[in-house]
Design a protein around this ligand. Structure first.
Ligand code: ZN
Length: 170
């Protein structure tokens, strides 16, 4: 695993979960009790448990449960699922790609008009005589070529990340 890839993985996890979730994932280099994670990270155990549940819903961790015979309470030992982390990143990139591609399609659809509060397709601008219903400003032809360039650039970055992604489409 390259450092660049680790950094990307980290950023994506922070983006879609939170920095603290990532700290919890990182503390699971070996299986651990939630109380031990809480102590190490100096985060309340109840909060750590909530984060572990989030991570569990995302299939990024799982647990082994055992019953304490004296108290009757269950204790949980948490494990990180490295195989699922890769899959999670792959799915995240895939979803981003779909989102950006549809944004690009939308931007490419004909000329747009804009004022300070909105960007409208030609038909809507024509309907209102090129005056915005909201702010009363004139609607002017909107140059979205920069936006299109940006989207094309981001899509190509995503495609190359997906090409290096360890998990290919099944
Ligand atoms: Zn307006």
């Amino acid at each position: 695993m390259s450092n660049k890839r680790d950094k990307l993985t980290r950023n994506i996890l922070i983006d879609s979960l939170s920095e603290d979730h990532v700290r919890v994932i990182e503390s699971l280099s070996k299986p651990r009790y939630d109380e031990d994670i809480a102590e190490e990270l100096k985060i309340k155990a109840t909060i750590v448990r909530t984060m572990l549940n989030d991570l569990h819903s995302a299939s990024l961790v799982d647990y082994d449960r055992s019953k304490n015979k004296k108290t009757g309470w269950y204790t949980y030992v948490w494990n990180r699922r490295d195989d699922k982390v890769d899959e999670y990143i792959h799915n995240y990139l895939q979803a981003e790609l779909v989102k950006l591609t549809s944004e690009l399609e939308n931007e490419k659809q004909g000329i747009k008009f804009s004022c300070r509060c909105a960007i409208l397709p030609f038909e809507n601008a024509l309907e209102s005589d090129f005056i915005c219903n909201e702010c009363g400003d004139q609607l002017l032809a909107h140059d979205n070529s920069e936006k299109i360039d940006e989207l094309v650039g981001n899509i190509s970055t995503l495609n190359s990340l997906l090409a290096q992604s360890p998990k290919k489409d099944e």
